[in-house]
Design a binder for this molecule. Structure first.
Ligand code: UD1
Ligand code: MG
Length: 486
């Protein structure tokens, strides 16, 4: 059914006192997105003619999140309750006939559920239709007081429940569809008769039923969809459910996940068939994983793009980097932003990369730092190689050609270029360019002094024990004695 006569209003002006936070409640995250973004995204496919977000506490920050998603902003200042928030939105609603109202703190709601709510409302010709749920533990929520099997009589907030109403376990999700010409007069009758002196949108229900209007309830098939986030514990539970949904979607697409409950995957992440994610893996931001990749336990990939057949050994951390087909990294590799590892590159343990490109088949297998470096193909970077890319003021590039061999423990002082096919001797500190196919050695020459060590030992023993050292035959005994003394 077309929803061109329908508007959406999301209430997001409150502070969220129960979270004990300096940040507005709707800006807290669950499932890798802010609460408010989750709600706006669930509403988008409904096809309403407008989506209004009522902002108040930290209005500017909330606006920054929702405006790019196409929402209109209405300011509620100060915040005198959910009914007052709807009054604030009244002018912006213009000629809409129906409105779906949602709280900004119940982010698990699905588009299909909203569509069913709207369809039920239209079919029942109701003044209001409430999305409700039956919960084992309804504490904290407003309760639905039924008038009959199908019709609702009132919503009673928890603080106002009578003794026997505490038994009620059907709750108000705070997601409703209203017919606006019925809502406005009812809202006009609502009084701030509660301890917070607020205008409750929930009180419009009793006003409507008293006036003989029809109020219906649409019971959510999955009660977990309506969970609100009033406390940190609520936030953790909602986050857990979002993560579970995302993992299930990837598994449906052919991805193996070990100990799934330990794996955290952000909403925009994709992964190809037959890829395997180890326990405790986190795939964050816009990470994309190809087919048949392995991501080892404890690895965290942020905005990282993997080709096919890539192996991330355990405990790697990568950010804003691209790894082409068959690349292998880790264990314990760290890729800071801006790297491109071309096909078949190998990066080993305790190697850190930043803004570096490695050509096909090149390797840096142990204990290295490569920053602002361009390495050609089939080059080998020895253990402990460091690009000295920073002089305390500026960063400088290092260029290493194809088929270069950098010996272990070399320091390459940038800016510097190592030509194709060149060798750098182990332990060198390279400060000048190395021509192609040359050998560069930049270290002190070795000098061997025969017998020096044994002479030294004798001298030391004599200094410790001058008497005994005069009788060389009993030397062994004297050494034992001196050891005892130590
Ligand atoms: C509300 C409902 C309760 C329901 C529960 C479901 C009321 C009075 N109670 O309670 O029946 O079971 O949601 O989660 O509506 N807001 C504004 N302006 C205000 C006050 C609140 O925009 O002046 C916004 C908040 O930012 C929030 C939403 O309205 O996103 C709901 O407010 P909240 O304080 O969370 O209400 P609950 O106590 O959860
Ligand atoms: Mg709430």
């Amino acid at each position: 059914m077309s929803n061109h006569d329908l508007a959406i209003v999301i209430l997001a002006a409150g502070k969220g006192t129960r979270l004990k936070s300096s940040m507005a409640k709707v800006l807290h995250s669950a499932g890798g997105r802010t609460l408010i973004e989750n709600v706006v995204r669930a509403c988008a496919p409904v096809g309403a003619k407008q989506t209004i977000v009522v902002v108040g506490y930290q209005a500017e920050q909330v606006t920054q999140v929702v405006e790019p998603l196409g929402a209109e902003i209405v300011l509620q200042q100060p915040q005198h309750g959910t009914g007052h928030a709807m009054q604030a939105a009244r002018r912006a609603l213009g000629k809409a006939k129906h409105v779906v109202v949602l709280p900004g703190d119940a982010p698990l709601v699905r588009t299909e559920t909203l569509k069913a709510l709207i369809d039920g409302h239209r079919a029942g010709n109701a003044a209001a239709t409430i999305l409700t749920a039956v919960l084992a533990d309804p504490s904290g929520y407003g309760r639905i007081v039924r008038k009959s099997e199908t019709a609702v009589g009132a919503i009673v907030e928890e603080s106002q429940l009578s003794e026997e109403q505490h038994e009620l376990n059907e709750i108000n999700s705070s997601i409703y569809c209203f017919t606006l010409e019925k809502l406005w007069p009812a809202l006009g009758h609502v009084k701030p008769n509660n301890k917070h002196r607020e205008l409750y949108l929930t009180d419009t229900i009793a006003v409507m039923t008293a006036a003989g209007e029809t109020v219906l309830a649409e019971v959510a098939a999955d009660s977990r969809e309506v969970l609100g986030c009033n406390t940190r514990a609520d936030l953790a539970e909602v986050d857990r459910i979002f993560r579970e949904r995302k993992r299930a979607a990837l598994m449906d697409g052919g991805v193996t996940i070990q100990l799934p409950e330990t794996v955290v995957i952000d909403p925009e992440v994709t992964a190809g068939e037959d890829s395997v994610l180890g326990a405790g893996v986190q795939l964050l931001g816009k990470t994309r994983i190809g087919a048949r990749c392995h991501v080892g336990t404890g690895s965290i990939l942020h905005d990282t793009i993997l080709g096919d057949d890539v192996i991330i050994q355990p405990h790697c951390v990568t950010t804003e980097s691209r790894l082409d087909d068959r690349v292998q990294i880790g264990p314990f590799a760290r890729l800071r932003p801006g790297n491109h590892l071309k096909a078949d590159v190998r990066i080993g343990n305790f190697v850190e990369l930043k803004k570096s490109t490695l050509g096909e088949g090149s390797k840096a297998n142990h204990l290295s730092y490569l920053g602002d470096a361009r390495v050609g193909s089939k080059s080998n970077i020895g253990a402990g190689t460091i690009t000295c890319n920073y002089d305390g003021f500026h960063k400088f590039p290092t260029s290493i050609g194809n088929k270069v061999f950098i010996g272990s423990d070399s320091a390459l002082v940038a800016p510097v270029r190592i030509g194709d096919g060149a060798y750098v001797a182990a332990g060198s500190t390279i400060t000048e360019n190395v021509p192609a196919d040359a050998l560069a050695i930049a270290r002190g020459r070795q000098a061997n002094k025969p017998g020096w060590a044994s002479r030294k030992r004798r001298e030391l023993a004599a200094a410790e024990n001058p008497k005994k050292s005069k009788r060389p035959r009993k030397k062994a005994k004297s050494r034992r004695t001196s050891k005892k003394h130590r």
